[in-house]
Design a protein around this ligand. Structure first.
Ligand SMILES: C[S@@+](CC[C@H](N)C(=O)[O-])C[C@H]1O[C@@H](n2cnc3c(N)ncnc32)[C@H](O)[C@@H]1O
Ligand SMILES: [Zn+2]
Length: 269
């Protein structure tokens, strides 16, 4: 991790800024070490990734994380199979996010459950020559997924600052990001309201939160194809979790993407 990455972060225990003992020398990348806050809460950096999970993961979330750790290396292949089952190229469809990117100027984006970095790979496909304008951050609670992300990103000519953290208490500064993105996990989160609240905390007042997960459109539910999808995987029964939106969320828009198999909620501060 480098100094710019650390400045985006905050102590997940007390919310104070973090620092590296002795400070960073210009351009320095820390591979293994420790950062801490002024209260002395210390956090490890392992293989360039800071570990900022606090408090402990709940049992019901830990069960899912163990599954993601287990499937991390096979995840991209599984998504391909999922695409065939749904009749939609889930990778190709991610380029739909580019509509939320301002047409010029610097853009800070965080993917709060980065998985295998698929959203940033899609961003690259759409913005190859402009990647220099993006300041990209990726967080995940699965070390297996982070490892796959890191390996993929290392082969690319853009960088993503990776953090081991939880969407229930993301260790980032408030009002920091232009785009806060979450795809694919929220339906099974133990505290959906808490996660959405935190996503709203991270976004700037001029920014947008984008949340996408399995959930068929009302039209698709009534078709044979839709019924077949739900029969094969109950997750697609989910509806946009509007009841868990933060009270302060504004400009809510709900639509259906991935050939009407996933809902998309966008909202602002
Ligand atoms: C279905 S995968 C989606 C990955 C990626 N966003 C995508 O669209 O391909 C769900 C991801 O959510 C992550 N996740 C689950 N609970 C989390 C939490 N509390 N905080 C951060 N990430 C979490 C999992 O580790 C996994 O990488
Ligand atoms: Zn602290």
């Amino acid at each position: 991790m480098n100094e710019a990455h650390m400045k985006a972060l905050r102590c997940p225990q007390c919310g104070k800024n973090l620092h590296l003992n002795g400070g960073f020398t210009p351009g320095e990348e820390i591979v293994d070490g420790q950062i801490s806050c002024e209260k002395g809460h210390a956090w490890d950096i392992t293989n360039r990734i800071p570990s900022l999970v606090y408090p402990q993961i709940r049992k019901e979330d830990a069960k899912w994380i163990a599954e993601y750790d287990e499937m991390a290396e096979k995840y991209d292949e599984l998504v391909k199979q999922y695409s065939e089952f749904l009749g939609v190229d889930l990778m190709e469809e991610r380029s739909n996010f580019s509509q939320f990117i301002p047409i010029e100027g610097p853009v800070r984006i965080i993917d709060v459950s980065i998985g295998t970095a698929a959203n940033f790979m899609a961003l690259y496909d759409s913005f190859k020559k402009q990647m220099g304008r993006f300041n990209l951050h990726g967080m995940d609670l699965s070390t297996g997924m982070l490892k796959v992300s890191q390996r993929k990103i290392d082969k690319m000519d853009f960088d993503v600052s990776l953090t081991y953290g939880s969407v229930f208490n993301p260790p980032y500064q408030s009002n920091f990001f232009d785009i806060v993105l979450h795809t694919g996990g929220i339906n099974t989160f133990s505290d959906i309201h808490g996660a959405l609240n935190e996503m709203l905390r991270l976004v700037k007042s001029s920014g947008v939160v984008i949340v996408v997960d399995e959930g068929l459109s009302p039209r698709m539910r009534k078709t044979d194809k839709g019924r077949g999808i739900i029969k094969a995987n109950k997750l697609f029964e989910a509806r946009p979790p509007l009841q868990f939106l933060p009270i302060k969320a504004q400009n809510l828009e709900v639509s259906y993407v991935m050939n009407e198999t996933f809902y998309q909620m966008t909202f602002t501060k």
